[in-house]
Design a protein around this ligand. Sequence first.
Ligand SMILES: Nc1ncnc2c1ncn2[C@@H]1O[C@H](COP(=O)(O)OP(=O)(O)OP(=O)(O)O)[C@@H](O)[C@H]1O
Length: 269
Amino acid sequence: MHLFKLFGVIDVRFADILDIFLISIVAYYVFLLFRGTRAVQMFVGGGLLLIGWFLAQWWELHTVVWLLSNLATLGIIAVVILFQPEIRGALTRIGQSVANMNLRTLFFHQSGLNQVAEEIGTAVQDLAKNQFGALIVLENRVGLRNYADTGEYLNARISSRLLRALFFPNSALHDGAVILNSRSIVAAGCILPLPAITTEQDTSYGMRHRAAKALAAESDALVIVVSEETGYISIAYRTTLRRKLSVKEVEEEIKRHWRGLFDESESQK
Ligand SMILES: Nc1ncnc2c1ncn2[C@@H]1O[C@H](COP(=O)(O)OP(=O)(O)OP(=O)(O)O)[C@@H](O)[C@H]1O
């Protein structure tokens, strides 16, 4: 059944609209499954190649079409190899969610990660409210053992109560940084590096913030700072230091930061 003619030439059927609608939903949920992982860049790259392929077809650039078609075949194999952990994580999540028949979990929910982010968020909120200084390092793929070695190993479950206790003024380990990985509080009382060169901007911060910036710049860790002076919460990541963040923003950053690691550890279970 033809509904209307697009540009006066193409017959659009009801089935075509349904087709586009279904593909959009699938694309949207696939994107949600991979959101926050390295695979997102793959989608952007893939999308650009696809647009290039369509344009080349349209303009009848046969060699470019041939090249892009062959690249696509090779690309699919490369993507499967490069993004194996993400793909495995996403498939496992679909499998687990279907098994639990819990559609909420299927696309939106990662209860473990949400809980961990909430534990850290609650601790940070409380520390900020009381203006207790804190330096919390969230390790990612770059190992931070050399810094954990400078403090005391704890290997404890991530809990807001323990985090608050560690930064309680005058507690034995409140000085220095606490290092966490996605599963546990690794160590406390750790000494972080200081920047080799002090920029003009750095001079407006104290040592805690400078140490956070220096570690973030030399690793892939996310470093949360609570200022003793102002109670402001900041996050250092790569070369940026974002200040005056809300607890909600901190929790979102934590989830984004560790989503990939959680996907991998779920897929290895
Ligand atoms: N290199 C470092 N590694 C770990 N912790 C550090 C380091 N440098 C400073 N700190 C921690 O920061 C604390 C306070 O430092 P300082 O007052 O200079 O920081 P700040 O950036 O001004 O933060 P605040 O706003 O909380 O005062 C120190 O007592 C120590 O616990």
